[in-house]
Design a protein around this ligand. Structure first.
Ligand code: GDP
Ligand code: GDP
Length: 467
């Protein structure tokens, strides 16, 4: 999972300024989907190629007692407990105060990895504060200026050092490039708030799925068919009706974990149809999952709502797989399938090559194909392309379809790296990222998808410059 960072320190050292810089304005906003609220206490953040969550401590501060002691308890201890890494911010301009030492003590006692951040280092006389920060004994302070955006590459390096390559970048990240000071896109081009940084495909971990779809599409029937009936009647969760749980089962040796939303599996226990899940329930299920099965009633496929949910899944960086359910009711199966598949690709170009499987949850036909499609898509979602291959690909692109000239100046692409997996995300380093047309970015995405065989999953491309 993504690691969480808590920004800790006494008032006025610049915590909020740093927070805003890491999170970026766009990301501090709540989700724009109506009815969906994010967990406001955690915000997606990014430092160049490192993606993580920052715990928003502002709320804790307000809630706490009026005294500094009280605030410290509330703000610091709750946040530290949740955090995997602490940014302990001090003010290099004013130097170390007694309160800094109190905070330092709390941080030390927590035993969590810590990076001492010496903020306001651009200020005259900050050198003395740096030395004092050393004396806190919590490691080498990283001088930054949150306000002016300086020192952030060093902060990035310090994070990698504190947590290790594997947790921050993925174990097989072969490049550890120096990042230029001028690379200021921090937190702005990120789309996925819940990035999981993994190194290699791990078959021993449960593959997490969720099943979504309109009422009556056949979700409960499908889930029951997949899990097996006898498992439904028992279980520690019997009796819980409103919240959701997960259930594991084995499919041909592959462990599958399903996020089961109350009202699906246990529907028989419930008099009325309770499956009118709130958008928030659906979103929770999607976030839990790696692969999301969208169940469509093949006799009435693709309504607006189906496309909205597909869009949400893609925006969340998950990979959808489509189940055309009730296939037993279809008269002209071959024709219908060709038509439906064509429609699917046309309506969902962001996940070109998406798997779409006809099946009957009631008879059980097609379930194996669905599981195959899920596993295949999961592999693609986890795929990683080496920098060497990417740059050979780039040579081809530059030879045959280079970026256009804008205002008489040719845009230059320098190199491409894969910054993350799950879903695949690439960083394209180029001159004037802001001038690259949207259509060219789409071209790059499609070409990556085809060249490296990544059908059916969202692919992200972030442009940035090192000039
Ligand atoms: P917080 O109370 O720790 O959240 O601190 P704030 O982020 O509210 O910052 C406190 C004050 O320090 C504000 O006036 C900021 O503008 C200022 N500040 C923050 N970062 C810097 C910096 O890097 N350099 C300088 N000189 N001032 C800064
Ligand atoms: P949910 O609301 O999405 O959970 O849908 P249900 O699983 O409750 O199914 C809705 C209705 O469709 C029920 O009457 C099911 O018996 C029926 N149904 C589900 N799957 C199939 C199928 O594969 N074929 C047919 N003919 N009916 C199905």
């Amino acid at each position: 999972m993504t690691f969480k960072v808590a920004i800790i320190g006494r008032p006025n050292v610049g915590k909020s300024t740093l927070f805003n810089r890491l999170v970026g304005k766009k990301l501090a906003l709540v989700d724009d989907t109506p009815g969906v609220t994010r967990d406001r206490r955690v915000h997606a953040a990014k430092l160049y190629d490192i993606y993580f969550d920052v715990i928003d401590t502002a709320g804790f501060e307000d809630a706490a007692a009026a005294t500094l002691q009280g605030r410290m308890r509330a703000q610091t201890e709750i946040a530290i407990e949740e955090a995997d890494l602490i940014f302990f911010v001090v003010d290099a301009k004013s130097g170390i105060m007694p309160d800094d030492k109190t905070f330092g003590e709390i941080v030390r006692r927590s035993g969590k990895p810590v990076v001492v951040v010496a903020n306001k280092s651009e200020a005259r006389g900050a050198q003395g504060g740096m030395l004092e920060a050393w004396e806190l004994g919590l490691g080498e302070p990283v001088p930054i200026s949150a306000e002016h955006g300086q020192g952030l590459p060093d902060l990035r390096d310090a994070v990698i050092e504190a947590l290790g390559h594997e947790r921050t970048l993925g174990a097989d990240e072969d490049e550890d490039e120096d990042i230029a000071e001028s690379d200021v896109l921090i937190g702005e081009d990120i789309e996925d708030p819940d990035v999981e940084l993994v190194s290699a495909y791990d078959e021993t971990k449960p593959l997490r799925i969720a099943v979504v779809g309109r009422p009556n599409a056949g979700k409960s029937t499908l889930i029951n068919a997949l899990i097996g009936e006898e498992r439904l009647l028992t279980g520690p969760e019997a009796g819980i009706t409103r919240d959701s749980i997960s259930v594991d089962w084995d499919w041909k040796g592959r462990l599958i974990r399903l996020h089961d939303t109350a009202g699906m599996r246990r529907k028989s226990r419930i008099q009325e149809k309770l499956e009118k899940l709130s958008v928030a329930d659906g979103l929770r299920a999607i976030r839990f999952a790696e692969i999301v099965v969208i169940v469509l009633d093949a006799t009435i496929p693709f309504e607006k709502q189906d496309l909205q949910i597909a869009d949400l899944i893609i925006r969340e960086g998950r990979a959808p797989v489509i189940a055309f359910n009730k296939w037993d009711m279809i008269d002209n199966p071959q024709e219908a399938l060709a038509e439906l598949r064509e429609k699917t690709q046309r309506l969902l170009p962001q996940v070109r090559g998406i798997q779409a499987v006809p099946l009957s949850a009631e008879t059980g036909r097609g379930l194996d194909k669905l599981m195959d499609a899920i596993i295949k898509t999961h592999r693609v979602w986890n795929s990683r392309v080496s920098t060497g291959k990417l740059n050979r690909w780039l040579e081809g692109i530059l030879a045959h379809h280079p970026p256009p000239a804008v205002a008489g100046r040719r845009l230059k692409i320098k190199y491409v790296t894969q910054a993350k997996t799950r879903p695949p995300g690439f960083v394209v380093n180029c001159s004037r990222p802001e001038a690259v047309p949207e259509s060219y970015v789409r071209y790059l995405v499609n070409s990556l998808r085809e060249s490296f065989d990544m059908p059916g999953v969202p692919i992200r491309v972030a442009l940035r410059t090192s000039d």
